[in-house]
Design a protein around this ligand. Structure first.
Ligand SMILES: Cc1cc2nc3c(=O)[nH]c(=O)nc-3n(C[C@H](O)[C@H](O)[C@H](O)COP(=O)(O)O)c2cc1C
Length: 405
C-alpha cells in the first residue's frame, strides 16, 4: 500500500503499552503517523515514546500552546485514517455522545476520515449494556471496530476485553483504507508446497514457504473478495477474513481447486505443486534393516495431475469466464520458460520468478517478478515486498475481470 497519513489516538487504559508497537508497525510499513493522547493516556504510556517512534509531536492537550503543530482541526484534516488504540469505555461513551472535552475527542469529531477503534477494558465493563449501546451508536455512525479479543485480562479477569495485537489492528486499518474493488468476487488462491508421501514419516516436498500466496489472499480479502486459500503445509497464519482449506498432496490440491472452480471468478495458482509423486506409499515406516545391509531405496515416481492446465481446460470447456493466473518458479531461462508455460496451459497471465536469487522468491519476504502476457508483453517489476507484488498482481486481475465482464 502507498504511504498513508494515519493518526494513532491513545486513551487511558492498560493496553496503551501496546500503542508504541502499533506505531512501529505502521511506520515500518512506510506510513506517516501522528499521535494524539487523551488527558489520562500519559499515565499509561509516555508521549515521548510515541513522539520518538512517529518522529512527530504527540499532543495530549487540546489547549496546547504549540497549536499549529498539534491543532486539533489540522490533525483531523491531515488524517486519512484515525486508529484509536486502546479505546477505553469512557472514550467510547464520549464519542458516542459527541463530547469533545479533550484533544482526542475533538480530533475525532472534527475529522472526515474513517475511524477504527480497538476497545480494551475489563470484561464486565465491556459486557455492560451501556458500553454495548454506545458501541452500537458508533457503529451506526460508520466507526469500524477491531477486537477486543478474549483471554486473560490485565485486571485478572478472564473474558473479552483484550486489545487486539498491533499487527491485527494494522491489518484491519489496511482493510479500512483499501477500496473494496473485488467485492462480490470469489477468488481461489493456492499457496505453499505440496508434500508427496513416501511412507508413514517421509515425504517429498519443496522449499516454498507459501508467503507469496498468503500475501495475495490477504490483499484479495482486503479488497473485499471472498477468498478460498488452498494451502499446502505451511506454519503461516491464515490472513484475516480468508477461508483456508488445508491440503497436503498435489492430488488433494487438484481435487479442492477443481471442486471450487465453478463458483469462483478468479483462480491464482501460487502454490509450488510437485510434478511427481511416489507410485506407492507405505502405510508403515520403511526400515533400512528390512532393505538389506547396503541396499538403497528406489522410489518410482509418477506424474501428478497438472492443476493449472486442468483448470484452464475446464474453463474453456465450460465456457467459463474465470480469470486464471499461474506462477512459474524457474531457476534458469526464467522468461522463455514462463512464456512456454503460458502457451502450454492457456491461462490469462503468468507471474514468473527466479528462484535462484537469494533475495527473492522462496522463503523470503520480497519477490522480483515479471508478468508474462499472452500477447507477448513482459512487465518486469522491481524487487518488492510480497504484499506489494500481491497488490500489483490484483490490479492486473481487476483489469482482466473488467475486460471479461
Ligand atoms: C490501572 C488502571 C487501568 C485502567 N485500565 C482501563 C482499561 O483497560 N480500559 C478502560 O476502559 N478503562 C481503564 N481504566 C479507567 C480509565 O483510565 C478511566 O476511565 C479514564 O477516565 C479514561 O480516560 P480516557 O478515556 O479519557 O483516556 C483504568 C484505570 C486504571 C487506574
Amino acid at each position: 500500500m502507498d504511504p498513508r497519513r494515519i493518526v494513532v489516538a491513545v486513551s487511558g487504559g492498560i493496553a496503551a503499552y501496546k500503542a508504541p508497537e502499533l506505531v512501529r508497525v505502521l511506520t515500518g510499513a512506510g506510513h506517516l503517523v501522528r499521535c494524539v493522547l487523551t488527558r489520562e493516556a500519559p499515565r499509561f504510556v509516555s508521549p515521548l515514546v510515541l513522539e520518538t517512534l512517529s518522529q512527530q509531536p504527540a499532543g495530549d492537550d487540546l489547549f496546547d500552546s504549540r497549536s499549529g503543530e498539534i491543532d486539533h482541526i489540522a490533525v483531523a484534516d491531515w488524517a486519512e485514517l484515525i486508529i484509536v488504540a486502546p479505546t477505553t469505555a469512557n472514550l467510547i461513551a464520549k464519542l458516542a455522545h459527541g463530547i469533545t472535552d479533550d484533544l482526542v475527542t475533538a480530533v475525532i469529531l472534527a475529522t472526515r476520515a474513517p475511524v477504527l477503534i480497538a476497545p480494551a477494558m475489563n470484561v464486565n465493563m465491556w459486557e455492560d449494556e451501556i458500553t454495548q449501546r454506545n458501541l452500537a451508536l458508533l457503529r451506526d455512525r460508520g466507526f469500524e471496530t477491531v477486537g477486543p479479543d478474549a483471554g486473560e485480562l490485565a485486571c485478572g479477569w478472564q473474558g473479552e476485553g483484550r486489545m487486539s495485537d498491533p499487527g491485527v489492528i494494522a491489518e484491519a486499518a489496511y482493510r479500512v483504507l483499501t477500496a473494496p474493488s473485488l467485492h462480490g468476487q470469489r477468488v481461489i488462491v493456492t499457496a505453499g508446497g505440496t508434500s508427496e508421501p513416501i511412507d508413514a514419516v517421509r515425504s517429498i516436498t519443496n522449499r516454498s514457504s507459501g508467503k507469496m500466496g498468503f500475501a495475495i489472499a490477504a490483499e484479495a480479502a482486503r479488497r473485499g473478495a471472498t477468498v478460498v486459500l488452498v494451502a499446502g503445509e505451511t506454519p503461516l497464519a491464515t490472513p484475516t477474513g480468508v477461508e483456508r482449506v488445508a491440503v497436503s498432496s498435489a492430488l488433494q490440491m487438484h481435487e479442492v481447486v477443481l471442486r471450487e472452480l465453478a463458483s469462483a471468478q478468479v483462480v491464482i495458482k501460487a502454490a509450488a505443486v510437485a510434478d511427481f509423486r511416489p507410485r506407492q506409499t507405505s502405510e508403515r515406516k520403511i526400515k533400512k534393516e528390512d532393505l538389506g545391509p547396503d541396499a538403497g531405496l528406489q522410489i518410482d515416481l509418477v506424474r501428478n495431475p497438472d492443476i493449472l492446465a486442468d483448470v484452464c481446460r475446464e474453463v474453456k470447456q465450460t465456457g467459463g469466464r474465470q480469470v486464471v493466473v499461474g506462477f512459474a518458479a524457474e531457476s534458469h531461462d526464467v522468461i522463455p520458460a514462463a512464456q512456454r508455460k503460458l502457451e502450454r496451459k492457456g491461462c490469462d497471465l503468468i507471474v514468473a520468478n527466479d528462484v535462484s536469487r537469494t533475495d527473492a522468491g522462496f522463503n523470503v519476504d520480497e519477490n522480483a517478478v515479471s508478468f508474462i502476457w499472452p500477447e507477448g508483453e513482459i512487465e518486469e517489476l522491481a524487487l518488492l515486498p510480497k504484499a506489494r507484488v500481491a497488490a500489483e498482481l490484483l490490479d492486473r486481475v481487476e483489469k482482466l475481470l473488467g475486460e471479461n465482464a
